[in-house]
Design a protein around this ligand. Sequence first.
Ligand code: NAP
Length: 284
Amino acid sequence: MTIIDGKALSAELKAQMAAGMPQIIERYGRVPHLVVILVGENPASQTYVRNKAKGCETVGMKSTVITLPEDITEADLLQQIEALNADDSVDGILVQLPLPKHIREQKVIDTISYEKDVDGFHPMNVARLWQNKPCIVACTPKGIMEMLKAYGIVPNGKRAVVIGRSNIVGKPIAKLLLDANATVTIAHSRTEDLPSITREADILVAAIGKPKFVTADMVKDGAVIIDVGINRQEDGKLCGDVDYESVAPKASFITPVPGGVGPMTITMLLQNTIECFENRMTAR
Ligand code: NAP
């Protein structure tokens, strides 16, 4: 069994990005600039935003964090986004989710210019993904594919099962695995007899949000296990959607939590920011 070390792979990819920054400056005269908007004071969101800013710093990119009050109106938030869309010195815009209940998330996503949509959530990027056109790919699924590639795991011809059908993980990772010629099944909360389906998976992706949900009896011997879940346990420690202790001995490859998919997500955000930057610079 091989542990897929997302932390180490992230560090490697970030070092490559950092090494490429001088050429970027030479070619375009400045570094890419990511703006992250944080609404309210959700502690988990604060941590994510801090880590994203830290990631930018590590690779030598500029980042700005805009902190807005919990009770900001939707109209005011949209206006701020519009201003950033129009600001030529801003290459990527990310609004940290979740947002307070009175703000429509989809409206916010739709308002970010798709050219600065580093999360890859804008309908234009999603549509282009499903039409096999160049696009900004959502960070978590993109990071999963990078991990498979780095560990020589080839989805071609394999059975892949994705548990979860969210717009940010389940659906896009299913599409990317399909593009890599896996035969893909998407399971969800209404799936009947889930274990019989997951047991067929050569590659099993768990994106559910339920601690230790995937147990050893749900997994085929030698399967590749990708655990997307980030769940906080009662003792304060993080765990994934996979019961790592029981599943790891059966797996050929497995991602740990923490240190698996999570760090890759942030690293892909940095890559997406560079991609948005270069797309805009070369479109002139
Ligand atoms: P989500 O939007 O809540 O989606 C969860 C999915 O799991 C839904 O499709 C749901 O089915 C399905 N599900 C729930 N209970 C189930 C059950 N008993 N059996 C089968 N399927 C079930 O969550 P998400 O945003 O995709 O995130 C999933 C997890 O990944 C969370 O723990 C989140 O924190 C984590 N996450 C991690 C990263 C990272 O960087 N590592 C990034 C994003 C998310 P229905 O559609 O039928 O409700």
